[in-house]
Design a protein around this ligand. Structure first.
Ligand code: GDP
Length: 362
């Protein structure tokens, strides 16, 4: 399954945040198919649509989607040269599918900043530089390996080397490969070399409890995020670690006192899920209302395959009701009466929130 790697310089609140995520996370016992390692947090994706469906269907069970976060320690300046836990850090981050950069946006004289002062944009530069340097080394090796083939006239190799040279020039300026605006074909060509800076990335601004507004650090980070098209989630890790310890009643009271609608973790989890290119469709039966995870762009048979490979192999068609129609009509039967149930074939690209039934041959 796809995972978000959580990275950041030391002392930015990464562990505090990750601990909150694991405390909010699922119990391994409920998910026997997952082996949960200490640096992995598996969390349910908060989705109010599940409540709306449950009100209508009254199921015995509700099953949200889940998403994985991995705590990746050891990012320091020099990591790309093996400083600190450098090599382990790079190996761990290579295994993730998206990068969540935690950045310090709070002042606290009691918490040392590794670079001497709080400066989120400079911190991000440090991180990107390390990752770009690691990618440069990877790209150099690939150019050497494929260069000989390219010289001997191998068309594939020539195309790859030309692309690698373009990427190298970009990385040389300290820029991440993702900002090169590569098309799908180029991205596919680069896939085997596992670049770090091509992975989608987002920022978590760890702010003080009163730091959601009038916070220049946060403003700078948001400006950077806008420029890069990278999502920015602001939260206070210290508050999040308190919230996860509360029971539901106390939680609601605490959130309303803080003027928050929901825990910041919820926003982080949803943003991570989206960053991974994931989306949800639903099945809504009396036994179970369930959110299923698919990739944006998946077809109906691929979506069916998430439930069971037989569903994909024997796929005939899908009966589909858009979430809004399902709720507005008050359930499947009435949606069908109102002509809101569509019959979709193999080519259908599933939309986020579709409520689906699959017909298949066994
Ligand atoms: P890491 O090195 O990035 O994993 O950072 P930690 O989570 O260990 O936090 C480093 C220090 O910052 C600890 O003393 C935390 O208590 C403190 N810290 C973490 N989050 C916050 C926060 O939101 N506000 C304040 N004031 N301190 C925090």
């Amino acid at each position: 399954s796809l995972k978000c790697g959580i990275v950041g310089l030391p002392n930015v609140g990464k562990s505090t945040l990750f601990n909150a995520l694991t405390r909010a996370g699922i119990e391994a016992a409920n998910y026997p198919f997952c082996t949960i390692e200490p640096n992995v947090g598996i969390v349910e994706v908060p989705d109010p649509r599940l409540d709306a469906l449950s009100k209508i269907v009254n199921p015995q069970k509700v099953q949200p989607a889940i998403v994985e976060f991995v705590d990746i320690a050891g990012l320091v300046a020099g990591a790309s040269k093996g400083e600190g836990l450098g090599n382990q850090f790079l190996a761990n981050i290579r295994e993730t599918d998206a990068i969540v950069n935690v950045v310090r946006c709070f002042d606290d004289d009691n918490v040392v900043h590794v670079a001497g002062k709080v400066d989120p944009v400079a911190d991000i530069e440090t991180i990107v530089t390390e990752l770009a340097l690691a990618d440069l080394a990877t790209v150099e090796k690939a150019i050497q390996r494929d260069g000989k083939k390219a010289k001997s006239g191998d068309k594939e190799a020539m195309r790859l080397v030309a692309l690698l040279e373009k990427v190298r020039a970009h990385l040389d300026q300290g820029l991440p490969a993702r900002s090169l605006g590569l098309d799908e074909d180029d991205v596919a060509l680069l896939k085997p070399i596992c670049l770090l800076t091509i992975k989608p990335a987002m920022y978590v601004a760890n702010v003080a409890d009163d730091g959601f507004e009038n916070n220049p650090y946060l403003d700078h980070l948001k400006a950077l995020g806008d420029k890069e098209g990278a999502p920015v989630v602001a939260l206070c890790a210290a508050i999040e670690s308190e919230i996860v310890e509360l029971d539901d009643a106390d939680k609601a009271e605490f959130l309303s006192e803080m003027g928050l609608e929901e825990p910041g973790l919820n926003r982080l989890i949803r943003a991570g899920y989206k960053l991974l290119g994931l989306q949800t469709y639903f099945t809504a039966g009396v036994k179970e209302v369930r959110a299923w995870t698919i990739h944006v762009g998946d077809t109906a048979p691929q979506a069916a395959g998430v439930i069971h490979t037989d569903f994909e192999r024997g796929f005939i068609r899908a009966q589909t009701i858009a979430f809004d129609d399902f709720v507005a009509c008050g359930g499947e039967a009435k949606a069908k009466e109102a002509g809101k149930m569509r019959s979709e074939g193999k080519e259908y690209v599933v939309k986020d929130g579709d409520v689906m039934n699959f017909l298949f041959n066994v």
